[in-house]
Design a protein around this ligand. Structure first.
Ligand SMILES: Cc1cc2nc3c(=O)[nH]c(=O)nc-3n(C[C@H](O)[C@H](O)[C@H](O)COP(=O)(O)O)c2cc1C
Length: 528
């Protein structure tokens, strides 16, 4: 125990959770719970008694290409305004496709990929100095495209104190990501806690690249005093809990004064479903990774910044993937986000090597976060290549510092890739299947159980970037789940200290995907 009374520093908890929620050949064949469709959680959080602010619909589409957007420096002449904020929220989590069920009813697909299309990630805005919006704490409803007022007042100083980040006092606004436990646990049970960070991460990739396209500075914070942040949002930290904070800086916002008192807020919300089931493993994994005080957050931040490089290493034949052809114009991010969708079937057509190189480089860009110091990344990317022009089929480790693939083993591994991805054909039909792995023990010993959140969340962001990069160069992508220990074994010895965090498969879709579009205020909530 590093801080008196703390819970985070016994990393056995995260390790136990991880082991208990591994998929194996046997575990997926055990009798399941089955899905109770009559009790399916509603995919939107709806405030029944809060004041609503309609968000403007006429926002612009993010104009920069992905790489320019994600690597952009803060470069603004004005504060963030409400219309831009509306665009930022839309391109992060808005409705981009509406599916009509053959027997009636509609299903709403969103700007970011999410396990099972269950969309348990909610967005809140802590607004300080946004032109056209009073300072306050708001919840974003993508269905009606409104903000619900949680509380009025400028809470940036409070947010700064609870994240241990001084710069937060002069952000224009901060977006807070939360996860609604039951919405994903309904289908995925105990493993759903991993999905909090996977899906929060893919959403975050949209958010930070859209922010970059608007010329805003941003940083991803996963260290904060959980109970204080949950209290600020008016959520209980059990059925719904905060997972990340992303402050946004124009460089022109005022500096916040002292925050108002943070009294208790209680709003009525639409029930998710008739009854909710709480998964003890999820509650425990979350609770044991809480940081309990500003002092503990500050210590956690120090430990994160002094971590050394934890990337996997391997000596082997190196292969440099060329860059995009000269003069290639990449599409604007806004179009890419609307076009994005998870590929449902790959054609096995080979992709050009530069496209794989582009995806790998884009997903490996340095990220400004509170958990990556000198080490640059908590995840290493391993790959099975099965259909990339000029790249021998085989298994590889990606060296993000040199941009090279390091050969682990040459061979044809389509059937293995399919097997590793829970026997899903998508894994084997892909041109390349990427496995994001993290040296869990090293991460947990530095960052405690909170390191588990950080590793999973970083993997989520990088998978989100991989999706956007793939769609930027006209290929498809899909996240996939996996047999944990078999993945580690397959890439051993290079992966022997690693655990698989996430998988994303890349390739040419076997059909012509339909692009999405902007759907504003599309949902009539069943409010009684
Ligand atoms: C982390 C992650 C894991 C996923 N795992 C699978 C999977 O194992 N099998 C699958 O068919 N789709 C998988 N998906 C795709 C989701 O089902 C898909 O994102 C969701 O249905 C929403 O559709 P869209 O991505 O086309 O918008 C995964 C997506 C993510 C983000």
């Amino acid at each position: 125990m590093v801080v008196e009374g703390s819970v985070n520093w016994n990393p056995e908890e995260a390790r136990r959770y991880h082991e208990a929620t591994k998929h194996t050949f046997v575990s997926v064949r055990m009798p399941g719970r089955g899905l109770d469709w009559e009790n399916r959680p509603y995919p939107f959080k709806v405030y029944l008694d809060a004041e609503k602010i309609r968000l403007p619909a006429g926002f612009g589409s993010p104009p920069l290409d992905l790489i320019s957007a994600i690597t952009s420096q803060q470069r603004r002449t004005e504060r963030l305004n409400l219309s831009e904020l509306a665009g930022l929220l839309f391109y992060s989590a808005g409705i981009t496709r509406i599916y009509l069920y053959p027997f009636g009813g509609r299903y709403y697909f969103r700007a970011y990929p999410s396990t099972g299309a269950l969309y348990q990630t909610e967005l809140y805005v802590v607004a300080g100095d946004v032109s056209g919006l009073e300072p306050g704490v708001y919840h974003f409803d993508p269905g009606q495209f409104v903000l619900s007022v949680i509380r009025r007042g400028d809470y940036r100083s409070h947010l700064s104190a609870l994240t241990g980040h001084d710069g937060v006092v002069s952000c224009d606004a901060a977006v807070v990501l939360t996860s609604v436990a039951w919405r994903n646990a309904w289908k995925y049970g105990a493993r759903s806690y991993r999905h909090w960070f996977w899906d929060g991460g893919t959403l975050c990739a949209n958010l930070i690249s859209t922010a970059g396209s608007l010329g805003l500075g941003w940083e991803v914070l996963v260290g904060f005093v959980d109970d204080l942040l949950n209290g600020l949002l008016g959520i209980d930290g059990r059925r719904e809990a905060a997972i990340a904070v992303v402050p946004l800086w124009s460089g022109h916002a005022s500096r916040a004064g002292p925050s108002p008192e943070v009294g208790e807020v209680r709003h009525r919300v639409l029930p998710l479903s008739r009854r909710e089931v709480e998964y003890e493993e999820v509650t425990r994994a979350y609770a044991s990774s809480r940081l309990l005080s500003a002092e503990e957050v500050s210590l956690w931040r120090k430990r994160a910044s002094s971590m050394t490089d934890v990337g996997a290493r391997h000596e082997g034949r190196r292969l440099r993937l060329s860059g995009p052809p000269d003069g290639l114009a990449l599409p604007p991010l806004g179009d890419v986000i609307l076009r994005r969708g998870s590929t449902r079937r790959f054609s096995r057509v080979e992709i050009e090597a530069w496209k794989l190189g582009f995806v790998l480089r884009s997903m490996s860009v340095p990220l400004k976060t509170d958990f990556l110091g000198n080490q640059g990344s908590l995840v290493s990317v391993f790959a099975i290549v099965n259909g990339v022009e000029g790249v021998p089929s085989g298994s590889y480790l990606y060296d993000r510092l040199t941009g090279e693939l390091v050969l682990l083993r040459e061979g044809r591994f389509r059937r293995t890739a399919e097997y590793l991805c829970l026997e899903q054909e998508l894994g084997g039909d892909a041109s390349a299947t990427l496995f994001l792995m993290s040296p869990l023990d090293a991460v947990l010993s530095s960052l405690g159980n909170r390191g588990y959140r950080a590793s999973q969340f970083e993997a989520g962001i990088r998978v989100g970037l991989a999706y956007l990069a793939a769609h930027s160069v006209g290929i498809g992508a899909t996240g996939l789940t996996f047999y944990d220990d078999d993945v580690r074994e397959f890439f051993s010895p290079a992966s022997s200290e690693m655990e698989c965090m996430m998988v994303v498969a890349l390739g040419v879709p076997a059909y012509k995907p339909k692009p999405g579009s902007v759907h504003i205020g599309a949902v009539e909530h069943p409010v009684r």
